[in-house]
Design a binder for this molecule. Sequence first.
Ligand code: PLP
Length: 416
Amino acid sequence: MNDIENLIPTFDVEDVRADFPILNRKINGMDLVYLDNAATTQKPRHVIDALTRYYEETNANVHRGVHTLSVEATDAYELAREKVAGFINAPRPETVIWTRNTSESLNLVAATWAEEHVAKGDNIVITAMEHHSNIVPWQQLATKKQAELRYIVAGKDGVLELSNISNIIDSNTKIVSMTHVSNVLGTVNPVDELTRRAHQVGAVMLIDAAQSVPHMPVDVQAMDVDFLCFSAHKMLGPTGIGVLYGKYDLLNDMSPFMFGGDMILEVTYEDAKWNDLPYKFEAGTPNIADAIATGAAVDYLNNLGMENIWRHEQELTAYALAQMSALPSLTIIGPKDPTLRGGVISFMHDSIHPHDLGTGLDQLGIAIRTGHHCAMPLVRSYDVVAAARASFYIYNSKHEIDELVNGISETEGYFA
Ligand code: PLP
């Protein structure tokens, strides 16, 4: 995968684009160039149809009925879970818990496993490049438990500094919770190495895979991670649905996160017994339609092949880094080496505020993100309060990167 110059994507971007109705939209009279994929991705017809078909043909509540629609809805809902399990190579479908999003998955682990296992004097290790969703739950827990929250810092090159890792992850570490791919720097972190270190000291490893599962092959068994979290909306699926994967024994020993229907086996006026996995963590009527549509998103991604998707994005990223680096007004943050990063490029302009740059590009139909990207401490560490970010996915092309670069130059002219 290193010799990215020689890699030829085995899918045709134009064919892929034809599957995404929104890409036909004009924005301010211009063709849409959608480069805000780290925030959320667009949806192919296949996923939109899965949603519509569910509501038109199958809609019913799951796990509760003997009638045909309820049985069909239950089968489709559970089939989607099996597809997701297969996608990340989870050993059993019941180790895949449906949540609302990555944030909820992270909070679930903090509020259950960590609540029960972290005590005064223990430490929790995260990195300096986490999304707020993977900082704030740990800050809260550390305060409540009088535990220490430790950070693995990153150098200015956007790469984690691991020279003193054995002092950071030590015998008092209970959990390491870190992002696989940074949503700001694009850095692909050495999660295998850090998982081994966490396990050496008896800590569990949680991976925030919001920016990796949609873009590269992820195998939870090969990685040997204990928990892994991601959101469907960042991988062609609908909003409002996400996943927590956990090792069976860990999940089985954990207390429920929420209480209500479906998560119980038996209730008396005095007490209740919890249901088996995965239902113990899925109180109330679940997000049935969006789970099924997530299964459709997984089918779509599998059809393209995750290796191919990763290669396509590496090629786009290398091209974008080269083109954007040629603009003297831009400072790009994150690793210089494209093979160390995913398809996320954050940058600052030397004279145009990111919000103005984003607004100027929007006039040209180009959608990028501007701001702190929900990673305020990290962005501030670059002595700025905001950055611009372009992020790529399966339907993006080199032509669109040219449009971005030309758009930046055109916006410079406007502000000159
Ligand atoms: N973690 C990372 C690395 C992210 O990029 C994001 C979203 O941008 C999240 C967590 C939170 O995802 P969600 O908003 O879907 O919960």
